[in-house]
Write a protein that binds this ligand. Structure first.
Ligand code: DHB
Ligand code: FE
Length: 279
């Protein structure tokens, strides 16, 4: 049977891709941020997952504001990246696992999560940059990927509670797949940031650190807050952190913390990295 061996979180800031591409990762601005990834890379190298489910939000590359599914899953054997206008050169296409995707979609719908199924998804920086930071930019990529998109862009956005519940259903879906696969779930985005308006640039270190601590073994803590309350604390785009709950919900109630790293600021954003062992 498929087994979820762990969960990770990572920032997906576009500038991260540029720093990797331009070889700036050891420059003073970037060094501490990228050095934080070393223990995560070591854990992945040691545990060798076969598939990563990437829980991320599309920022307008694939879904535009005219059509936004609340939850969507890629059901393809290949996913392409494309130019989004951040100066990021598209990376090599990713290999999917359509069979596993369809199994997850069927199981989620059976569990009353009526997810949108997509036989084509262009994956944006929310998906690509965490994979680059964790696995290194590769062609071909060393791991199969499945995109799971959560709408955190166009209101109404699902609640933190709903994201945690989706994670519970996702965990059951993955672990009922008959093939022996080692799966990791990666929640991208967050933490506090707001990119426009009067409060542009807001970073709330205290709230970010509380979220990181609680998500390890008390994830329901975040579900006490409405989306308005999370955005008041963490900025409008800080709502992306609710996607971490999809990852966390897929794991066991108690997990082992392998690595925790927080860094501010990269661009305008609090960047949090967690590695949680589910075994
Ligand atoms: C930034 C962060 C994001 O999550 C994003 O989607 C785009 C930009 C930033 O900090 O620059
Ligand atoms: Fe984002």
């Amino acid at each position: 049977m498929a087994k979820i061996i762990g969960g990770l979180t990572s920032s997906h800031i576009p500038a991260v891709g540029n720093a990797i591409e331009q070889g700036l990762t050891q420059e003073p601005y970037w060094k501490r941020f990228f050095d934080g990834y070393a223990p995560a890379k070591a854990w992945l190298a040691e545990n060798q997952p076969d598939v990563v489910i990437v829980v991320y939000n599309d920022h307008g590359l694939n879904f535009f504001l005219d059509k936004v599914p609340t939850f969507a899953i890629g059901c393809a054997d290949r996913y392409e990246n494309a130019d989004e206008g951040w100066g990021l050169k598209p990376v090599a296409p990713f290999t999917g696992d359509a069979e596993l995707s369809w199994h997850i979609a069927e199981s989620l719908v059976e569990q009353e999560f009526d997810i949108c199924t997509c036989q084509e998804i262009k994956v944006d920086h929310g998906f690509v940059n965490p994979l680059r930071a964790l696995w290194g930019t590769s062609d071909p990529w060393p791991i199969k990927t499945i995109p799971l998109a959560v709408n955190t862009v166009q209101h109404p956005v699902p609640s933190a509670k709903r994201c945690l519940q989706l994670g519970h259903a996702l965990g059951r879906a993955i672990e009922s797949y008959p093939e022996d696969l080692k799966v990791v779930v990666l929640g991208t985005g967050g933490m506090s940031h707001q990119l426009q308006g009067e409060r542009a640039g807001i970073i709330n270190v205290e709230f970010d650190l509380d979220c990181m601590e609680k998500i390890i073994n008390e994830p329901q803590w975040l579900t006490q807050f409405s989306n308005d309350e999370i955005m008041a604390q963490a900025g409008t785009e800080g709502i992306e952190t609710i996607m971490w709950l999809v990852m966390r919900g897929a794991l066991q109630p108690q997990v082992k913390l392998v690595h925790k790293h927080y860094h501010v600021p990269i661009s305008n954003t609090g960047a949090g990295l967690l590695v949680l062992d589910n075994q």
